[in-house]
Design a protein around this ligand. Structure first.
Ligand code: SF4
Length: 222
């Protein structure tokens, strides 16, 4: 197996993606981009990915197609993945909707020289029919705010309608280095905020962090 070069609507600092855990993501978000690839197989661990040479000097998004820190993912799958990362000198980027996993695997993550942790927080609100099995925003924030590292990112994507002061407050307590904001790239008919509201959010966030606007946000801001 080989590393995949990062393409499409990915973060520009990410050079590659690598996935050992594949199949139906347990969170089942309504808007999941993976659904575009057709029906997904059952959740499984791709043992042959452990033969992948991860190289050096790369920034690798590990687990980009399925949330590897979801509660139901078997512990040994995650540990085997992290132990393989440890053999190579790269920066590893992890993103989850369940930051509780960052505590559970904290020792293995800390063994990697360079890494960054991210959570996806589409809004402060709970849209059950869209978010499905994902943890509630307030739970994500509670866990993430207790992680004492500098390299913390929050990605608001796909952005959904929000309560400005509440969203800004819960982001600020996490003390992220950077907040990435993106919009729905599919046609999922999500409850989106107005352009004015997004601009207000950006301006509030810029008071304490770096805000990166992903290219797909242009649709709302035009
Ligand atoms: S957590 Fe990510 S990969 Fe999993 S269903 Fe939601 S959008 Fe898809």
């Amino acid at each position: 197996m080989s590393l995949n070069k990062s393409t499409g609507n990915m973060y520009e600092f990410v050079t590659h993606t690598w996935n050992t855990i594949k199949g139906k993501c347990p969170h089942g978000c309504l808007y999941c981009y993976v659904k575009r690839w057709g029906k997904q197989p059952e959740l499984h661990f791709e043992e042959r990915e452990l033969k992948t040479d991860l190289g050096s000097g790369n920034t690798i998004f590990v687990g980009s197609s399925c949330d590897m820190f979801a509660d139901v993912i078997p512990v040994e799958w995650v540990i085997k993945t992290l132990l393989h990362c440890e053999k190579f000198d790269n920066t590893y980027f992890f993103q989850t909707k369940n930051p509780k996993g960052y505590f559970e695997y904290g020792a293995h993550i800390a063994a990697l020289n360079k890494f960054a942790l991210c959570i996806t927080l589409e809004t402060n609100r709970w849209y059950e029919e869209i978010m499905n099995n994902s943890p509630k925003p307030i739970h994500k924030v509670f866990e993430f705010s207790h992680i004492p590292i500098k390299e913390k990112f929050i990605t608001i994507e796909p952005i959904m309608n929000f309560d400005l002061s509440e969203l800004v407050d819960i982001i600020e307590i996490c003390n992220p280095l950077q907040v990435n904001i993106g919009a729905d790239s599919g046609r999922n008919n999500l409850p989106e905020p107005s352009k004015e509201k997004v601009l207000e959010l950006i301006s509030e966030l810029e008071k304490f962090t770096i805000v990166h606007q992903k290219s797909n946000l242009k649709r709302i801001l035009k």
